[in-house]
Design a protein around this ligand. Sequence first.
Ligand code: ADP
Ligand code: MG
Length: 629
Amino acid sequence: QESHEKHAYQSDVARLRKIVINSLYSHRDVFLRELISNANDALEKLRLTSLTEPVVLSGAEEMNITIKAVQDEEGAGRLIITDTGIGMTPEELKTNLGTLAKSGTSDFLSKAESDTTGTGNLIGAFGLGFYSSFLVADRVQVASLAAKSSKNPNPAQYVFSSGADENSFDIYADPRGNTLGRGTEITLFLKGDAIEYLNEKTITDLVNKHSSFSTAFPIYLASKRVEFILDQEAEDEAAAQEKKPDDEGTTKVDIDEDEAVIEDVTEEVEEPKKTPKTKQIEVDEWIRLNSQPPIWMRDPKTISDEEYESFYQVTFKDWQKPLAWYHFQGDSGSGVSFRSIIYVPSHLDDNYWQNPLQSVTKDIRLLVKRVFITSDLGEDALPKWANWVKVVVDAEDLPLNVSREMLQNNAFLKQLKGIILRRLLQLLDRIQKEDPAKWEKVQEAYGNVFKLGAVEDHKNREKLVQLVRFATNQRNSTGLDEYLENKKQGQSQIFYLADMGKSPEELAKSVFIEKLHARGYEVLLLGDPLDEVFITNIRRWKKIGFQDVAKAGLKFGDEDEAEGEAAELAAQTERYKPLIEWLRKEVREKGAARDVIISNRLVISSCAIVADESGYTANLEKLISSSHA
Ligand code: ADP
Ligand code: MG
């Protein structure tokens, strides 16, 4: 055949397929949700395109997903998943299914390859997408007919075909012609040990568990129903033999229009004359699997954690479970009622900190009356600190055909940003107060994000500061409010020591801490560059200023003690005068320091170099020079 082409997989694809096939056996259920999620994406693309180019809708009336199980004579099985979505041209079949476009895939692959535990933990729930088909199939065939468009007025149906053990795939014109009308049909030739996926109950359960709530498009399963029909041949035979039929288990079939009603009439038959013979046939009927409303429309009390997690993983294509979520309904100030779920992922994107001030939020999925509109609300939809949040919002009172341009000026959208931030902060605050174990995980992933937020987001500064935690010389973690509760009587400063890159343990050993620690003062230990940026920006908390203990200006609150110490200090200065003067001369000549004084800061160490009150600390100098680089 002239249009038949063979292509080698891109090398990453070959690696991914190998990992999928080898290490995910116990997670192979995921294949179905991945394929349904792709079908949903294709249908959403179709609907969005149709707003500007209605011709794409021709070819197939309904927008839906169908699943059909076929058992071959020899016991082999095929599972066929079809959608009437946007479809793929032969070029798209090649690029979309033969190459990997996902960012971070290479990194993921090397991690996955070195995961020798065999539990598939790392990749267990990763959105492996199309390749997860090979978890259950020896061979996968994808027939696709792209939607008609002005650019592609006469699309033709093509097939992508690949075996699980092959390093190449074939693309050829579908010998059956354009059978699909529009969309994509995926045929999985099931492995011998995956025949269970032909079972209607298995399929129904899987769809209920992972997919029923993630798509608003109907999913239908072709179900075999047993029907009894009159068997003319059998009846003729019986009549010819004029033999009394067995009256045990005899069934009578009433044909009522087109519906067959089966009754057991054994008892009533006293004198069976010519009981009609029946014959069983199997017919296909389509059963709707996802008749439940989508998850965000349901009552939170009826939704399990697992459902929330699955929905998140499929919708936002994250292989890890979310840390937390908040499901609520509300009314925007402008009279738009909506329902929403806000998710906190368990991790930030790998490149989150690479572009610290750029904010593009791609994961606020806006729907109107269950119909997906967009997930791209443009730049600065949210401040940078919050742009990792994953949100589904379904608004009731917006016009269905809102365009992106209209959205830009929509009052609801402007309010939405504030609503999301407020709810997110509520959720975080609740975790902080109620769930210490989860809060620790939130801190691990987002601790620095809150510091950034407090600096960047003036409107929410108060609340963000209350989420920020620091290690101190007295405990692993404290917030500023707790710090103030713990301060000593008369203490008028919040003490901190900042040294970029040092761990709290290292900082705690610093000579600057000694005296304060011995006297029972708490000192924040700041080792992250953002810590000092935070402190310099916030400047004070509850009217109390921050004091760098490595700088001049340090005040102790316990005045009595301090008075005695001042006298002691004066006496000491007098006693060591010749030494101090000599040292002063030496260090000034060498330019090593501005002054030498006797101090009461230290307990064990004999000397320390202190920055000027107004001068930059060594740490800030490092930061400034690195940001200028
Ligand atoms: P992802 O969905 O994360 O992009 P997949 O491996 O699941 O990754 O799919 C790869 C690409 O193949 C999709 O982005 C899409 O372009 C295309 N694709 C897969 N399934 C379908 C489908 N049913 N209809 C149209 N395009 C599809
Ligand atoms: Mg996918």
